[in-house]
Write a protein that binds this ligand. Structure first.
Ligand SMILES: Nc1ncnc2c1ncn2[C@@H]1O[C@H](COP(=O)(O)OP(=O)(O)OP(=O)(O)O)[C@@H](O)[C@H]1O
Ligand SMILES: [Mg+2]
Length: 361
């Protein structure tokens, strides 16, 4: 109860009418005032969870508690939730002010007009749209419409704010700007927020913590940096990180981890990082491009097929065991396409997984 578990989801399951099991057995909690990102690929169940929290959909089983009280039987309008949908559906025939005021002038909690206007103006100011009050939505940019939708979700002074991919209609630069604004806005208001995105960088940049889903199951519920440094499994290691992590097929045999063109002594690995004893057999070695770097003493000889410039750094591309792999180097590293070089891995930053995705190192 209380502030640490302001929102609590317990053993949530959702089977749709057609038999599809969208949410398998999901439990998590959100601290009061936190901004938590629900992250995951398309179809993993993010919108389903928000709709269940909002009461637009009922769960097949499981419980949801807000501030210690179960709300599964509470009507949506009594859950004190603000919801910003992916397509922000503003009313086209109303001005910005009327759109933002709308939740305050309808329904049973209707407020006198002057008071509604005052509250609307407060949130329009916070969302930096005061000067657009008299505009119609079709005259606004995507970013401005998004702010109107956020202000409209906040005027009812909800206890919990749900946002479903709120930035997906915006161009890249605007996304960066608005995501920072959303974070400072919800922090200023102090509202507990669940923010859905499929963009890992967005989640890392704004979330107090991230819950990563795949296929209706939580893969990791953690602080942002732990997805990068301590992924729970192969899926997480591959979902988070840009450029994507390299995966090499390896075999453990004879005290060594052997791959095409390189091998590592098991004794040289950090023994504390083993999650369990591992038998000889097939594994996947994953290493982020920034942790496999050119080094004269490196154990992996490669041929640089291509180089891609990404701002301050360059991605060296090479083939290993029939697959493209990458090393992320400094802009000034004296390496060109066609060079034969050696690469060295940081052994304290590699991951080993079983073929079915369990991380063992
Ligand atoms: N009404 C429905 N009936 C049957 N299956 C559904 C229904 N709504 C969603 N699904 C399925 O449930 C799964 C989860 O859907 P959901 O919309 O929650 O995914 P999502 O993570 O929000 O995906 P996206 O990132 O594409 O929005 C998907 O496989 C989807 O096809
Ligand atoms: Mg969705």
């Amino acid at each position: 109860m209380g502030n640490d578990k302001f929102v609590e989801v317990k053993n949530l399951k959702k089977v749709y009418n057609n038999g599809h099991e969208a949410i398998k057995d999901v439990s998590f909690s959100v601290k009061k005032g936190d901004l938590v990102c629900l992250l995951g690929p398309s179809g993993c169940g993010k919108t389903t969870i928000l709709n269940i929290l909002a009461g637009l959909l009922s769960p097949t089983s499981g419980d949801i508690l807000f501030d210690g009280k179960s709300v599964v039987k509470t009507a949506p309008k009594d859950r004190h939730i603000g919801y910003v949908f992916q397509n922000y559906s503003l009313y086209p025939h109303m001005s910005v002010l009327q759109n933002v005021m709308f939740p305050l002038v309808v329904g049973k909690n209707k407020k006198p007009k002057a008071e509604a206007k005052k509250i609307a103006e407060k949130y329009m100011k916070l969302a930096q749209i005061s000067d657009l009050a008299d505009q119609r939505p079709h005259n606004l940019s995507g970013g401005q419409q998004q702010r109107v939708a956020i202000a409209r979700a906040l005027v009812g002074e909800p206890k919990i704010l749900l946002m479903d991919e709120p930035l997906s209609n915006l161009d890249a630069r605007l996304r960066l700007k608005i995501r920072e604004e959303i974070r400072s806005l919800v922090k200023e208001v102090g509202i507990t927020t669940l923010f859905v995105t499929h963009d890992q960088e967005e989640a890392l940049s704004i979330g107090d913590k991230i819950i990563l889903f795949n296929d209706g199951v939580i893969q990791q519920d953690d602080l942002g940096q732990n997805f990068y440094l301590k992924p729970n499994n192969y899926f997480v290691a591959n979902f988070v990180g840009n450029p994507v992590i390299n995966n090499f097929k390896v075999k453990k045999d004879d005290g060594k981890i052997k791959a095409k063109d390189f091998e590592i002594n098991v004794d040289d690995l950090d023994q504390d990082r083993f999650k369990r004893e591992i038998p000889d057999g097939d594994y996947i070695l994953s290493v982020r491009p920034e942790n496999i770097l050119p080094d004269e003493n490196g154990g992996l000889p490669v041929h640089v097929d291509d180089i891609e410039l990404i701002g301050r750094e360059r991605i060296l591309k090479f083939e290993h065991d029939g697959k493209q792999a990458r090393s992320l180097v400094d802009l000034e590293a004296p390496i060109k396409v066609g060079d034969d070089i050696k690469l060295k891995m940081r052994l304290d930053r590699i991951f080993l997984s079983t073929p079915d995705g369990e991380r063992v190192y």
